[in-house]
Design a protein around this ligand. Sequence first.
Ligand SMILES: [Zn+2]
Length: 398
Amino acid sequence: MSKMVMFCGGNVADVRTGKIREGLDVLCADGKIKAVGKGLTGDGAEKIDCRGKFVMPGVIDAHVHITWDGSSDPVGLDEREGVYQAMVRGLNHARDSLKAGVTTVRDTGSMGDVAVEVAYAIQKGYAKGCRIVPCGASIQSIYGHVPNIGVIADTDGELIREIREKKLLLTEKEISCQWIKIMATGGAAGMEEVGPSMYSQEQLQLIVGEAHRLHMKVAAHAVSREGIVECIKAGIDTIEHGADIPDEYLRMMKDKGLTLVPTLAIYKVLAESYGIVPDRMVAKSKAVTENQKSTFARAREMGVRIALGTDSGSPNFGPQPAAFQEMLTMEEYGMPSAEVIRSATLTAAEVLGLEEQIGSLDEGKTADVLILSENPYEKLQAFTEALEAVYQAGVLVD
Ligand SMILES: [Zn+2]
């Protein structure tokens, strides 16, 4: 007997076009959407009255650190408490994210590959939480950004070795959507300069070539212009943060089909965190925020693919999830709500390579469904203020 549920008569979002379709039924069976239409009979299905409500796909965050707690020093906490406690925190954050309607995240770096274990535990049903696409520990050079969530690889041989180790780990843990993360420049959190590219162009190409050959994709932390430019030239799949990108390279991103994951809200928060985080972090973040406004606006205008990502769990960012803070910041920086919602659902799914499974309410996809009492296209705050229920694969999250 297949478990069937039908969301009846709701205002169903078509995130592809940004339009609401009124009075539709969404029939789900065995965790998948079977049909979307008017007047479905849904024999044998549990009926959920959605008249007057808004039916949305689950939100996807393409950049989180699932073990970090968003306190003033999550990196220090990881180090003091070790990987076992990081694992427990990660499981809790994954559950909190799911309950709030963030049904899928990509973890872009964790101490000791622990996010891979969190993802595995949830996948196996050992714990409840959002789906996680884990990159494991980030790959980085000896002179780099947040080394405690990374493994050091400096030579070509070390890089190849680390990528293959990651391939082995992800495959053993039955993670089918496989990504690696590299630290391509410095960042706001550490002592290092933001400026230089941490790897040469040849090494970046080696990383992309090896990862792609093994059917993996590459995310790069890239904050400074000189580092970002090298990543774009090398064809890195997702440019994380991407604070400062000249037009010429935005055009190249578009031509090559690369994606910007801008993480706007965290730098805004850090730029205003005097006395809570180290002064250098505040100063660096102010510069990042100024550049981001312009880059984000130009990327939008030029049609560069943009996926929502938050850096959830980062210093002074507050509890996970942070996707709704990011949505508001994207809107504040000029993106209309329909584009924000697309970027947080279907676009993020496409970027991750999961568009056959999630990201919209289409037949055949997993029934990750949010029920809201207000229209998020009119007011993005509806995702937090008017969230009534979350369904994961057709099952009510409680
Ligand atoms: Zn990050």
